[in-house]
Design a protein around this ligand. Structure first.
Ligand code: 8IG
Length: 272
């Protein structure tokens, strides 16, 4: 049986097992805040507090090593400056890995089982607003799930009004009043959009295009967590910019924006 097989029987039991493992290895019985690090956000965890334990993702039940360059394969327990316990998930499973939606949201469910009541989701994405130069952080105010999938199974009806906490977005704007907000559209990837798909996304109300976050946010809300999402625009979406996209550009603009967004995230988390 591989590390992820038991997700196929009961995803909530799998999350419980992972949470118990994390509690045992970190010595922290309950975590308060979960932070999922997306492209460009790897350094951000370093400023939020002191790391008290670091686990390799592939040792934790149901997790596996990340598939993407620019992502770190660790799960860390951090004591924040505000005295909260943060569970920092450096490894996200993407929908395009084909491991199924249960695997995509396993980290979020594990965080909930570990006690987290707040979920902070970060990502790198494409921007549709030309004024968002690469390296601009944008608050997620809502999403459009274009994956044709849901982490919820069966007749599980969950209200997604104000999914992205307006309270926490307000805290973020207290830290930096220049922060813009946008609607994030989750595509399946792993290819980037065509210019026509970007125009489609724009017409249906999206400001940001990416390959993560929406499914995790839904699972987070279902688990009762307050959800906050912040995107790093690492590139203008296809056709918005005259130059083609490259994964290298994504990594470079993430690195360049690192110090600013790390400080921003740390200040937001300190206020939670
Ligand atoms: I970083 O332009 C990053 N991730 N779908 N489109 C999509 N995902 C992305 C993009 C982008 N940039």
């Amino acid at each position: 049986m591989s590390n992820t097989d038991f997700l196929t029987t009961d995803p909530f039991a799998a999350a419980r097992a992972a949470a118990d493992y994390i509690a045992g290895e970190t010595g922290v019985d309950r975590h308060d805040v979960a932070l999922v690090l997306g492209s460009g956000w790897a350094e951000a965890a370093d400023l939020i507090g002191d790391t008290t334990a670091t686990l390799s993702a592939d040792e934790v039940p149901g997790f596996h090593a990340p598939a993407v360059e620019g992502h770190v394969g660790t799960i860390r327990s951090v004591l924040t400056k505000g005295g909260k316990r943060a569970l920092v998930l450096g490894a996200r499973t993407h929908f395009y890995e084909g491991k199924g939606v249960r695997a995509v949201v396993h980290g979020v469910r594990t965080a909930a089982a570990a006690g987290c009541t707040t979920l902070v989701l970060t990502n790198g994405c494409g921007g549709l607003n030309e004024s968002w130069t690469p390296g601009t952080p944008v608050l997620i105010k809502d999403h459009i799930n274009l994956t044709a999938a849901s982490p919820l199974e069966g007749a599980t009806f969950v209200d997604l009004t104000d999914l992205y906490s307006s309270r926490i977005r307000g805290l973020a704007r207290e830290v930096d009043s220049s922060l813009d907000e946008g609607v994030y559209a989750q595509f399946t990837g792993p290819h980037y959009e065509t210019p026509a798909e970007v125009q489609y996304a724009k017409r249906i109300g999206a400001d940001l295009v990416g390959m993560s976050t929406a499914l995790e946010a839904i699972a987070g809300r279902h688990a009762g967590m307050e959800v906050f999402g912040i995107s790093l625009v690492t590139n203008l979406a296809a056709g918005i910019s005259p130059v083609p996209l490259s994964h290298q550009e994504v990594i470079e603009s993430g690195q360049a924006a690192g110090p600013r967004i790390s400080k921003l995230l740390a200040e937001i988390i300190a206020r939670l």
